[in-house]
Design a binder for this molecule. Structure first.
Ligand code: SF4
Length: 502
């Protein structure tokens, strides 16, 4: 029998790194001595012995948010859908706030409003009464029932409760109500993963509930992942140019970035979003493209297993190499030729890269974001002659590491990869190195200011700028936009005016 490890007093970074193992009860925050040093003219580089986030019992500056949020993001991309959160009000309020900050749009999300008594008696009554209220007042076409930490820990029997709720609804409102409203249950215990996994689970849950095999439709399925409405419009533009019909799952371009036209009927539903019949039809398609492997890959794999629909899972079509793969796969799957306009768009991006290569070449970049976007951005930076030296992902992913290493190997680079780290760890590495540019989301803005390294915003979430949600980063045109952002930021920060003006 081994003696349990005893910790006495406060531990420095060095002590922590020297520990043979982390004791089962963890290391409490007051036992740790962590000094965060501000950047200033007298700045002294931090101790190179950085505590890996995996050795800490606290997460500092998390680079992820909770699992139900990803499921809610997916659900609001469905036409006439309201997510119903089987949990407390806080689990609903902060996602609504986050949606408003990113998209500047109100989002309807219902809550079962758990109170103390629910922790004892369970959420059965809340679900049955909540669904009844929602249907009577808002008449949604689809209700996505999203569980949270509390309902999963209590052990709410969601499937059983839903059956009871449906029986009660049928009895009170007649059988039509069940024809008019579809229910999808998405299990998202946040202690098992982040928003990335929440979106992934939603993709599988929606397809499992809705997709059916009837008649082949000569379409492709697209599961975009948590990319912007602008990105989804760019994917539609590519499909249009190639004369391909597509079913896009979770089409937020029509719900989270929709036109304001008055008067609006109440209850208000945006006219866009993926329709229930399109999700049903996804069982008949030729191929499924899950653009982000960790956000939607599970849905593509489900369709492959259930209906034998081939799946192309990732990479995010960002930059030359990744977009080439997407376009080539589209052409092969559908037998459609690659449109001349697409070849021109590619040529314009290549031209822009050649025109700006002397600015981007050798720029040392640190990247942080969700795994799929961070990996794709890494490759694009390599294509621009930049040197990604530090790449971090807030959510752990094997595919992320594989994709980053593949790009690094091709370009003969040896970056530091932080898989599933918090931003505190990433920041420590960043300050240790000489970094010229950061690519990351709004959470990296403080680090950028503190370390005096300019930031190009990309990924999720971006809430400290307007308009980002309308822009596309994917496809050749998206690459062009991102390239302009990168080069203009470098010009602003690295070059004296006389060089910029030439
Ligand atoms: S982490 Fe759990 S309890 Fe907290 S908001 Fe998310 S789902 Fe709710």
């Amino acid at each position: 029998m081994t003696t349990p490890l005893k910790l006495n007093g406060r531990l420095t970074i060095k002590d922590l790194n020297a520990l043979p193992e982390i004791p089962i009860e963890g290391i409490t925050y007051d036992q740790m001595y962590i000094e965060k040093q501000p950047i200033c003219p007298e700045y002294i580089a931090p101790d190179p012995n950085i505590i890996p986030s995996s050795k800490r019992t606290v997460v500092i500056d998390p680079g992820r948010i909770c699992m139900p949020f990803g499921a809610m993001w997916a659900s609001v991309g469905v036409h006439g859908c309201i997510p119903f959160v089987q949990g407390a009000q806080g689990c609903t309020t902060y996602p609504r706030y986050t949606f408003s900050r990113i998209f500047r749009e109100p989002v309807s999300i219902a809550t079962a409003s758990f109170q103390e008594d629910t922790a004892v008696f369970g959420g059965r009554k809340n679900l049955i009464e909540g669904l009844r209220n929602l249907i009577i007042r808002y008449h949604p076409e689809v209700i996505a029932i999203v569980t949270v930490c509390s309902s999963e820990i209590i052990g709410d029997d969601m499937e059983g409760y839903l059956e009871e709720a449906q029986d009660a609804l049928e009895e009170e409102l007649g059988p039509d109500v069940l024809e008019e409203t579809q229910f999808v249950i998405i299990h998202t215990p946040s202690f098992e993963g982040s928003h990335v996994e929440g979106y992934n689970r939603a993709a599988k849950a929606f397809l499992k509930t809705m997709a059916r095999r009837t008649t082949p439709n000569n379409k492709v399925n697209i599961i975009p992942g948590m990319i912007t409405p602008g990105d989804i419009r760019e994917i539609k533009h590519i499909l249009r140019l190639m004369d391909i019909e597509g079913n896009i799952l979770f089409d937020i371009s029509g719900t989270l970035d929709c036109p304001l036209r008055l008067p609006q009927a109440m209850p208000y539903y945006p006219k866009g979003g993926t329709k229930a019949e399109d999700m049903k039809d996804m069982g008949n398609s030729m191929m499924t493209f899950a653009l982000c492997p960790d956000e939607g890959g599970a849905g593509a794999r489900y369709l492959e297993k259930r209906f034998k629909i081939p799946a192309a899972i990732g990479p995010v079509p960002l930059g030359i190499h990744n977009t080439d793969i997407f376009i080539k796969d589209l052409a092969e799957a559908t037998g459609r030729p690659i449109a001349d306009e697409i070849k021109d768009e590619r040529g314009i991006l290549i031209d822009a890269m050649a025109d700006t290569f002397h600015y981007t070449m050798g720029i040392r970049v640190a990247i942080y974001g969700d795994p799929d976007i961070a990996a794709a951005a890494t490759r694009f930076c390599c294509e621009l002659g930049m040197e990604p030296v530090l790449i971090g992902s807030g959510t752990e992913s094997k595919q992320f590491v594989k994709d980053v290493w593949a790009a690094a190997h091709e370009y003969n680079l040896k970056p530091t990869i932080l898989n599933g780290s918090d931003m505190f760890e990433w920041e420590d590495y960043l300050k240790k190195d000489k970094i010229d540019l950061i690519l990351g989301n709004s959470k990296a803005a403080n680090v950028s200011k503190e370390a005096d390294v300019p930031l190009v915003r990309i990924g999720f979430p971006i809430y400290d700028r307007v308009g980002y949600q309308r822009r596309a980063y994917v496809g050749y045109r998206g690459g062009e936009y991102l390239l302009d952002l990168i080069v203009n930021t470098i010009l602003d920060s690295k070059f004296p005016d006389d060089r910029v003006h030439q």
